[in-house]
Design a protein around this ligand. Structure first.
Ligand code: DAH
Length: 330
């Protein structure tokens, strides 16, 4: 048989085979391999070109390429028909129905609250900084002026990783790192996770989030601290929210205060943050001259703020990954 006859015979066999195009994926693949595979009939014809004379070869090549393209095209066409056929064969298929929208996730309410807090402070000139979650006793306690036998240092309240190493109990440890690394003036906020060895309940969890703030400059006053925190609270909760400063105590601030927000749901004041003027003893520990530099600091609970703002009644919701809870924050 001449090459031309061979080509015609392969073509007509192929046409007969794809006339009854198989449904089964393996049969379809077998069909493809038989004609178009690396060792298929078409490839076989290409290798038989070696027997032709140099004059015959170009024309034979053209014929074979045409055959190959033709078969590939027809095969693909059958595949396409077959795929769409699967749908049109369904008598109930309605191509005009709207599609099913893929389920979209939502931002976690804590991340969202954190973002809002950051935006407010960035808008008034604070920089966002981060610090270690595992730290030594010195940065978490001693440098912040906690006395040796302060109850917060107790194993009952603090997770110890090693005798001198703790999971930080607050973001205040980063105040020390920042001041050790940078000369004043500074103006930072520090978001992050903190850990406490507490009984888990609707209002306390073994880990939660805080945002620390620290501002050090010449002539910083308590009045400025009050002004900044009042601005923050109004931006966060709206202009009508009721808030109060209440005198308090922290080892690393003097004087110290806490800020409460009135919860109309619970009909009570809820504490959202602690604050105060940086204690000169802390400046001494980081090598800032406390006769020149003054500062204020604050630390707020992100879960507390999110719970108040979004009326969430149990802190454990933040950590359970229940989509029925999370979906409400689209
Ligand atoms: N670290 C305190 C806590 O976890 C909160 C706090 C109070 C931070 C006063 C401060 C501050 O920076 O000045 O309860």
């Amino acid at each position: 048989m001449s090459l031309k006859e061979n080509i015609d015979s392969v073509r007509s066999d192929f046409l007969a085979d794809i006339e009854s195009f198989p449904n089964d994926a393996q049969d379809i693949e077998n069909l493809r391999v038989k004609y178009l595979g690396r060792k298929g009939l078409v490839a076989g014809l290409f290798s038989s070109m070696g027997n032709l004379s140099a004059e015959e070869r170009p024309q034979a090549g053209q014929l074979l390429n045409a055959l190959k393209n033709d078969l590939s095209e027809q095969f693909q066409k059958k595949m396409d028909e077959n795929n769409s056929g699967a749908q049109t064969q369904d008598p109930y298929f309605d191509a005009t129905l709207p599609g099913i929208a893929p389920a979209l996730g939502s931002m976690h309410p804590l991340e969202r609250t954190l973002q809002e807090i950051k935006d407010i402070f960035i808008s008034i000139g604070f920089h966002v900084e981060y610090g270690p979650e595992i730290d030594d006793d010195y940065h978490n306690f001693s440098a912040l002026n906690f006395p040796e036998h302060h109850p917060a240092r107790d194993m009952q309240d603090t997770f110890f990783v090693a005798p001198d190493t703790v999971l930080r109990t607050h973001t205040s440890n980063v105040q020390i790192h920042l001041m050790e690394n940078e000369d004043p003036p500074i103006r930072h906020i520090v978001p992050g996770r903190v850990y406490r060895n507490e009984a888990i309940s609707f209002k306390s969890y073994c880990l939660f989030h805080q945002v620390e703030g620290i501002y050090v400059d010449k002539n910083v006053s308590f009045g400025e601290l009050k002004g900044v925190l009042e601005y923050f609270v109004r931006q966060m909760f709206g202009p009508k929210v009721k808030m109060r400063f209440r005198p308090s105590f922290f080892p690393f601030t003097e004087p110290s205060a806490e800020v409460d927000i009135w919860s109309t749901e619970r009909n009570q004041w809820l504490e959202i943050l602690g604050c105060g003027m940086v204690d000169p003893a802390v400046f001494d520990n980081v090598g800032y001259d406390s006769s020149i530099w003054h500062g204020y600091a604050f630390g707020m609970g992100v879960e507390r703020i999110a719970m108040l703002k979004y009326k969430i009644d149990d802190i454990r919701h933040f950590y359970q990954g229940d989509v029925r809870f999370l979906r409400q924050f689209k």
